[in-house]
Design a protein around this ligand. Structure first.
Ligand code: FES
Length: 104
């Protein structure tokens, strides 16, 4: 996506939670880590499982399929078998709206 798009409002996503949003045919996981919002692709870089079915622990998102762990703040791999980082999306808060923008 090239522009920021409203995907949710802040009350949809309490701290410690994740949610799946779809923006222009892209599946994106939004995460709230202690009041900071982050967005990464829903597709695990191992074999493509949906990370939105995984578990968030602090800033670490665990894939439900084979247990890869990623830091949602950076997309970096924390634990294998995945070895490629997740694509990240820019996030902007305007009032109560959460907007997702271009990926890195
Ligand atoms: S698909 Fe995510 S760990 Fe294998």
């Amino acid at each position: 996506m090239e522009e920021f798009v409203k995907v949710a409002v802040t009350t949809d996503l309490p701290p410690g939670e994740i949610m799946l949003v779809e923006v222009e045919d892209e599946r994106v996981v939004l995460a709230n880590v202690d009041g900071q919002y982050y967005a990464v692709t829903d597709e695990c870089t191992h074999t493509g499982c949906p990370l939105s079915n995984g578990e968030l622990d602090g800033a670490v998102l665990e894939c439900p399929c084979h247990g890869s762990e990623f830091d949602v703040r950076t997309g970096a791999v924390v634990s294998p078998p995945a070895n490629e980082p997740l694509a990240q999306y820019a996030v902007k808060i305007e009032g109560n709206d959460i907007l997702v923008g271009p990926s890195d």
